[in-house]
Design a protein around this ligand. Structure first.
Ligand code: TRP
Ligand code: SF4
Length: 400
């Protein structure tokens, strides 16, 4: 059975916080058990907005990788690497740029949004306009099927699908495609071949989506097929030609929005974060000094948890019993705010304990992380090189 691949990247923005943990990393840790996963540091993407202050990219990258490992991302399960150490991404970006209409890039919503948000920077650059195309190259070069991202990144995955479709349409017509496809059908074995032909006819003549789906499932299960034949048969179903690049799906991370210390979304730019590897004393202080419902001026003033950022932490960290205790105690002034915060301090410290432990191993010996990344880059590069061979050939650049 063909295993679906997961890929995601993160820009090296500095130390990660609990928002990253609950929003992204916990999800990566689950995915790595189910799928072959590739996770990478998008250092070139960081340069698209920080080209004028590149100084901290490398250090931020290493720190971030330690945060990933601390969170439980496991290099024996997932492949971890750095974008710029796999220069094939840049080659694919360049080749794709030849066929990418400018209008498509200008219409990606993050383009105008980010320019407005970061208006103190000059982002009318070629590199910044190409941000989504570089991301498309990151994804397509591994023929990734699933891309776990937050909501803001969904348009980029959608854009990637359009690029893949356009590419396959323009370059997927290999010489002798029909004959090769018919040969590939035979590789399925008699019974499956017959079913495949039937489903193909039903889809092509009557547009039956269910037939298309069933045919996809059939191909997924066909073990005897080479990669090329599989792709041919996928393409042949829709009559379009060989599918050289794979259209990915966004895997929307259905995460509870992690509130910050002040009740707004946790974000470095709001200064309301608890870092993933924050030391216990600071965590304790940060939670102790969190704002509470302003109605609770004195100890015996009752409050309303709905108006309190501390309550939002309880929603994420506390059991039903504790939450009932908070509700009852807050509205009746039966508990004080310091008391209310105590179970949270304990819960956050408990969550962070294994993270500190895992990180310590890597902090003690920096070779470990370097080796993990060297390994990961090598693995990623092999995959990327395979795709690039097909891409070059399809675009008429095969000099072998
Ligand atoms: N643009 C993504 C972000 O800001 C990072 C990223 C770069 C990425 N390349 C990617 C995410 C490929 C997923 C897949 O979060
Ligand atoms: Fe907030 Fe808890 Fe104080 Fe109520 S008792 S105001 S929920 S910190």
């Amino acid at each position: 059975m063909y295993a679906e691949k997961v890929l995601s990247g993160m820009r090296p923005t500095g130390r990660l916080h609990l928002g990253h943990y609950h929003g992204v990393l916990k999800n990566w840790v689950e995915l790595q058990q189910e799928y072959p996963c590739l996770f990478f540091v998008a250092d070139w993407h960081a340069l698209t907005t920080h080209y004028d202050e590149p100084g901290s990219i490398v250090d931020n990258g290493w720190e971030m990788i330690i945060d990933w490992l601390a969170a439980g991302v496991d290099p024996s399960q997932a492949t971890l690497f750095i974008q710029s150490r796999v220069p094939e991404h840049a080659e694919l970006h360049l080749l794709l740029s030849m066929m990418t209409p400018l209008g498509w890039l200008e219409r990606v919503p993050t383009y105008k949004d980010q320019q407005e948000k970061l208006s103190h920077k000059d982002l009318t650059t070629y590199g910044f306009l190409g941000y989504p195309l570089l991301q498309a190259a990151d994804i397509l070069i591994y023929r990734a099927d699933k891309v776990p991202v937050g909501e803001d990144q969904v348009p980029h995955v959608e854009f990637t699908r359009e690029i893949a479709r356009r590419f396959n349409h323009l370059y997927g017509r290999e010489v002798g495609f029909e004959e090769k496809a018919r040969e590939a059908v035979k590789q399925l074995g008699k019974k499956r071949a017959k079913l495949y032909e039937e489903l193909r006819t039903r889809y092509q003549e009557r547009g039956e989506e269910a037939a298309l789906e069933q045919a996809h499932a059939l191909l997924d299960e066909a073990q005897s097929l080479s990669y090329g034949d599989r792709e041919r048969l996928f393409g042949y179903l829709e009559g379009s030609g060989k599918m050289i690049l794979v259209e990915p799906d966004a895997l929307l991370t259905a995460s509870a929005r992690m509130p910050g210390l002040d009740g707004q979304k946790m974000s470095k730019s709001y200064g309301n974060t608890i870092f993933l590897r924050e030391d216990p004393a600071t965590v304790t202080r940060k939670i102790r000094t969190m704002q509470t419902d302003p109605a609770r001026v004195r100890r015996n003033d009752p409050g309303d948890p709905e108006k309190c950022p501390v309550w939002q932490f309880h929603v994420i960290y506390s059991s039903e019993t504790t939450r009932q205790w908070v509700q009852a105690g807050c509205t009746s002034a039966g508990i004080g705010c310091i008391e209310c915060k105590q179970p949270l301090i304990e819960a956050v410290l408990k969550e962070q304990e294994p993270m500190h432990e895992r990180a310590q191993v890597y902090l003690d010996d920096s070779h470990l992380v370097r080796n993990i990344i060297a390994d990961g880059c090598e693995k990623a590069r092999k995959l990327a090189q395979e795709t690039m061979r097909d891409v070059r050939e399809a675009m008429g650049l095969d000099y072998s």
